[in-house]
Design a protein around this ligand. Sequence first.
Ligand code: CP
Length: 316
Amino acid sequence: MRHLLSTDGLDPATALAILDTADGLKRTLLGREVRKLPTLRGRTVITMFYENSTRTRVSFEIAGKWMSADVVNVSAGGSSVSKGESLRDTALTLAAAGADCVIVRHPASGAAHRIAGWLAAAGTSVVNAGDGTHEHPTQALLDAATLRDRLGRIDGRRVAIVGDVLHSRVARSNVHLLTSLGAEVVLVAPPTLLPVGVADWPVGAAGSLRVSHELDPELPTLDAVMMLRVQAERMHGGFFPSAREYAIAYGLGEARARMLPKHAVVLHPGPMLRGMEIAAAVADSPRAAITDQVANGVHVRMAVLYHLLAGEEDNS
Ligand code: CP
């Protein structure tokens, strides 16, 4: 694997290999006082974030450090981007400075793909840490790792992805990955928060995708429910429906959570809008795997760096 840009087209065998590596790393580090492996000693990883982040950025930095890579963090505001430097020139500069891997978050869909093209000759790997409303592949991988932990398997499991699908890169990456691993995915959202053509999104042959506007009838049938963040920063024309209408129709309150089967897991990629997307009592309940998702994020991102920079596959 040379880059990780999307889960659309990610071979299920490669995805499972990453999940297995993450699981192995987690077991290796469990209970250790010093969580440091020598695997990526001498390698340089640069995170380049043009949008804010807590989970993705911190977990990539920890992942690199636990693998002994040299990790450098660059933000758009603190770099020459603020002086007008282009994305291409910034990417070429980071590669020329010695980056073996550039991890990029950008508000424009397709930015990571463009960077991978520009860095083809440099041999630098690129990881998409979220591009606009397009994809967030490592989020989907850590969600899959969490579902495997909690449910034992993904194949045949029924997963609802609920809320602001229109602006969600998490939803798109999860649809591709979870269906390719055999899950039955249902997207639940009001018509105003669904992208045009969503029913035609590429779906893995092993799974299935359907769309619903009603959450309540889905709940008793689910193995997992993934609540999405409402992305107000991408709603330039205002938020529709209102926050109150959204919470009433789609928020995962305590009464709704009681409609789920006992074994069903609650996920949220974060950051959460408690009280609107999800009740605090549900987010903090034992069935919620939200902090597990964050912890798995470190191991999954270690595994991604391993497969990109230390794996034995053909990197051509
Ligand atoms: N889930 C996620 O991408 O969170 P951050 O924006 O905090 O990285």
